[in-house]
Ligand binder design. Structure first.
Ligand SMILES: *Cc1c(COP(=O)(O)O)cnc(C)c1O
Length: 303
């Protein structure tokens, strides 16, 4: 990872406010948003060993999958440019032409070749025949699954939990984490810790199976609770209530959250604290998984 030097360990901070005080818990935030400027948060953790393996295998090109606002696509484009890989992004949906999302603009500027596929075709992204076809079509690239989520990703995420346990001198009672593909939650579970997972997408109940599938090969996994009701309309959707929460959180703690993942997770966590979900004295580590490249500009300039 020569040119992808991270700032490790990422800091951990204890948060304090009236909701936390009333709940009688200890709430820490693990600042993985600070791990690297462009390959941020859980995407750095999840890509680390895939990039290492690609290099060991002598691959010259990385191919991966994502939507127009995907933090993983962004991170892969940045990592590829840093490390000297060509990158190909299989992007869900129609070619937006001149009206590319800022994420896709960044990817193009960093040399990623964008290849748009229909939603139907995108559904095949995990099928081995389809992936073999892509390998043939694009000259045998190193293929990284959607979200970077793979066995290698779980190993990278576990290193985050090792840092936390050294920083706290113990395992926390819970990790709280935003949920997309489930790779980050699964990685933490395989470290033996318990996870509160907050789905950023609507109808996220299917993620329970996905997480079970990801941790199946591992023993002594932690337990998880999946929360599906804090989606605020669905993936990449938001409401004024969510944006107000993010603004207030920044005002109270001087930490920026974004509206796709971490804002929803913290909103859910604060709701649980207010509703007496936690035993007094519980220790919770909420993971700031980054994603600030996708921050709404209006949130940056608020407060
Ligand atoms: C991708 C992402 C997630 C979701 O991670 P999964 O491992 O796919 O569940 C959470 N937070 C942020 C900021 C992300 O970019």
């Amino acid at each position: 990872m020569d040119l992808l030097v991270p700032s490790l360990p990422t800091p951990i901070q204890e948060l304090s406010d009236i909701v936390i005080k009333k709940a009688g818990v200890h709430l820490f935030i693990k600042r993985d948003d600070l791990v690297h400027p462009t390959v941020s948060g859980n995407k750095w953790r999840k890509l680390k060993y895939s990039l290492q393996q690609a290099k060991e295998l002598g691959a010259t090109t990385l191919l991966t999958f994502g939507g127009a606002f995907s933090n993983h696509i962004y991170a892969t484009a940045a990592a590829g440019a840093n490390l000297g890989f060509k990158t190909i992004g299989i992007i869900r949906g129609e070619d937006p032409g001149e009206r590319k999302s800022p994420t896709l603009q960044f990817c193009e500027e960093h040399g990623m070749q964008l290849h748009y596929v229909s939603r139907e075709e995108y559904k095949l992204r995990n099928s081995s025949e389809y992936v073999d076809q892509l390998r043939e079509k694009f000259g045998n690239p190193f293929v990284i699954p959607e979200g970077g989520t793979s066995e290698l990703a779980l190993k990278g995420v576990r290193e985050m939990t090792i840092e936390v346990e050294q920083q706290l001198n113990s395992k926390p009672d819970y990790y709280a984490v935003a949920l997309g593909t489930g790779g980050t939650s699964a990685g933490i579970l395989t470290s033996g810790s318990d996870v509160l997972a907050f789905s950023s997408l609507k109808g996220g109940a299917f993620l329970e199976n996905d997480i079970m599938e990801l941790i199946r090969g591992s023993k002594d996994n932690g337990q998880f609770v999946l929360f599906t009701e804090y989606h605020f309309g669905g993936y990449a959707r938001h409401t004024p209530e969510l944006l107000d929460f993010i603004t207030k959180f920044k005002y109270d703690h001087n930490i920026q959250l974004e509206q796709v993942y971490t804002g929803k997770m913290f909103f859910g966590l604060y709701d649980l604290m207010a509703r007496g979900f936690f035993k007094k004295g519980s220790c919770i580590v909420a993971v700031h998984t980054g994603g600030l490249q996708g921050l709404l500009p209006e949130l940056l300039y608020n407060s």
